[in-house]
Design a protein around this ligand. Structure first.
Ligand code: CO
Length: 134
């Protein structure tokens, strides 16, 4: 793992959350991007070498909608940057971690992503992300 790439925060209304986080961080989001497959709208803020990702559900069966229903708004996942996502997925699998998918998927902000089930990480949804370079 290279560094914490971003922290994902589930919000009910991304427009008002954008305004609030812009006030908090002193900077506007540098991008807003929909990931249709996951049913989310995302926005990204830079904080030094790390980022904050806000996530709003775009449909009722989105994982973000379910998360907010169960636990309310708040920290949803922690994302770690990795050099080689497939190698890292294999390493974690061999260590006994439960992954949410067999293969990495295309995520927001030019990343290939995969998730570790919160049940195998003390209640934390862990995201692995590798920057797409080509
Ligand atoms: Co994320």
């Amino acid at each position: 793992m290279k560094k914490i790439e971003h922290i994902g925060i589930a919000v009910k209304d991304i427009e008002s959350a954008n305004d609030l986080y812009a006030q908090l961080l002193g900077e506007k989001p540098y991008k807003q991007e929909e990931v249709e497959r996951e049913g989310v709208m995302t926005s990204f803020f830079k904080v030094g070498p790390n980022k904050i990702e806000l996530l709003e559900a775009t449909k009722p069966d989105s994982p973000i909608a379910k998360f907010i229903e169960k636990r309310g708004e708040g920290i949803h996942h922690i994302a770690f940057e990795v050099e080689d996502i497939k190698a890292e997925m294999k390493r974690l699998k061999d260590e006994g971690f439960r992954l949410l998918s067999e293969e990495p998927k295309k995520g927001a902000d030019n990343k290939m992503v995969a998730f570790v089930h919160p049940k195998s990480a003390h209640g934390v949804l862990v995201e692995l992300c590798e920057t797409i370079t080509k």
